[in-house]
Design a protein around this ligand. Structure first.
Ligand SMILES: [Fe+2]
Ligand SMILES: [Fe+2]
Length: 236
């Protein structure tokens, strides 16, 4: 079933409520997933370096994917999913270190800046490398939508923390609730989503995902905004 051009316009309108960086990331998802039915002009060139046809779509009929699921080499899968877990471990360490900081110290500020750029860069690259493909597969659409929605929620929480006075008790309270939320997100990815995703991917899909992630992560992190909302506009 194809979606109408009207649905497509509605999705684009939704993007208007996101910051510029997030619009770019979400739009990429739209280009390869939600709006796959759009015209060539609207979704850009599918053969650009950021996009490639998921190989499992081409090879599932040949039996190559099934032989892969029966225990053939897993190097591609290990490459992308262990790379993402490596980032998650780094995030856990940053969260631990931030919990040990106090007041509006320069250490807290520096660590929070690093955490924000790291998490936003990771989420954007993860969406472009992994979730854009998983969204196109009916078996993993629900998990993908769930995770991308959580990425948006995580962004909002980080933006709210950036707008809150670091020396206040409210900041620490918000940070604790944020870190609990984020740990839940990455645990769910590692324990539920990634193993499920691997069942629907060919080795080459995973290799391509690893390449896209490696290419996008550093530039997404460099471009991530730490304080997209004004100070003083923090939630109560
Ligand atoms: Fe994620
Ligand atoms: Fe992740």
């Amino acid at each position: 079933m194809t979606l109408s051009a009207q649905s497509c316009t509605r999705q684009l309108r939704l993007l208007g409520s996101l910051t510029k960086r997030r619009q770019s990331a979400r739009l990429h998802i739209c280009q390869v997933g939600w709006m796959d039915h759009c015209t060539q002009t609207e979704r850009g060139d599918p053969k650009s370096k950021e996009w490639s046809e998921p190989e499992s779509d081409r090879y599932v009929e040949t039996g190559r994917l099934s032989s892969r699921l029966e225990g053939d080499t897993m190097s591609g899968s290990e490459a992308i999913f262990s790379r993402l877990k490596e980032d998650h471990d780094k995030h856990r360490a940053l969260l631990d270190r931030l919990l040990e900081t106090e007041g509006d110290s320069s250490e807290r500020e520096e660590l929070f800046t690093e955490l924000t750029k790291e998490l936003k860069g990771h989420a954007a690259a993860e969406e472009q490398a992994v979730y854009s493909t998983m969204l196109r597969k009916p078996e993993t659409t629900d998990d993908t939508r769930h995770s991308v929605a959580e990425h948006h929620e995580i962004d909002e929480m980080l933006n709210d923390l950036a707008a809150t006075d670091m020396s206040s008790g409210a900041w620490l309270q918000k940070f604790k609730s944020f870190e609990h939320r984020y740990r839940h997100h990455i645990e769910e990815e590692e324990e539920d989503h990634f193993p499920e995703f691997a069942k629907h991917l060919s080795e080459n899909d995973e290799k391509q995902m690893a390449e896209v992630f490696a290419r996008r992560k550093s530039s997404e992190k460099a471009d991530a905004e730490v304080t997209p909302e004004k100070k003083g506009e923090a939630k109560e």
